[in-house]
Design a protein around this ligand. Sequence first.
Ligand code: COA
Length: 321
Amino acid sequence: MSVRIIGTGSALPQKEVSNEDLARLVETSDEWIRERTGIGSRHISTGETVVSLAAGACKKALENAEKTAAQVELLLVATCTPEQGIPCAACQVQSILGAENAVAFDLNAACAGFLFALHTAWAYIEAGIYQNALIAGSEVLSKIIDWDDRGTCVLFGDGAGAVLLERGTRPGILGFVQHSDGTKGQVLQCDSRKLENPYISESQYAPYVQMDGREVFAFAVRQVPACIAEVLERTGLTPDDVDLYVLHQANRRIIEGISRRLSVDMQKFPMNLDRVGNMSSAAIPVLLDELHRAGRLREGMTLVLSGFGAGLTYGACVLRW
Ligand code: COA
């Protein structure tokens, strides 16, 4: 028995915003952003929502896998920027798709959200509870960004990616590791709803992303290679056995740091952050979809997926395509 990805899809907002566009909003430059992050432009919502983007990505993943929405048994949406607290985004996506037989719920592990949702779905399928799962990572980060803060507004983009997982016989997911460190939550945070009720006079409220960029950078370069080494050891593989490392797309320099620590050539680290920025939980499935559609994923290839972000949360997965 194995659990495999059998379809991928993605959806991005129509509007593209370049570094030059941002330089008209805050004191920054194309040169600074490219040099420090590798980002050149990103897609920003002018009306697209977490739900509409996730539904678009899911439809494409279903078409790609040649499955119908009615066949889906589990539907997970990883997001930290839902439009509504209730109902959850996954139930709204279920309604749009007509996936009436699916159990649907959301999962929030910030930028590691897609990976944590993939692990959750894998565990359900491995346990024999469901035969398949549709998993989306979808974010409209532009609504939680302080557009006056040049330290964060240049980093993020909006979008969604999705995969369909299915129980099968050919090798698929080989292993997973996940970690969380709640003691470091303050390095990347954003409040949701303000506490307001007749029994309170005033409450603290910080509705936009606040980040200690250097701390986040150091955490990623230290923990991600360790986490990848851990999952490879668990599956009896070495870094050289891996054909492609599909990592969370936060910063080119973070990915370069990880490649150095693993002593793996940068050629094995595909990137799209120059065109889409950091899309949190959508980053890995969007990149996976681009690679799949470009014909860069061949049967039998070994991939490592790894995500990291607020929480702090991080994890890695090894799979055979
Ligand atoms: N344009 C121009 N200058 C900027 C700028 C911008 N967009 N953002 C910050 N600066 C300035 C700072 O004000 C600072 O100026 P000062 O020296 O006069 O005080 C200078 O650039 C250096 O700032 P610093 O924060 O030390 O830069 P850095 O090299 O650490 O790069 C990040 C900043 C945010 C790009 C980097 O820390 C990073 O990518 N961290 C990880 C963030 C991340 O990926 N978060 C999501 C994880 S899921």
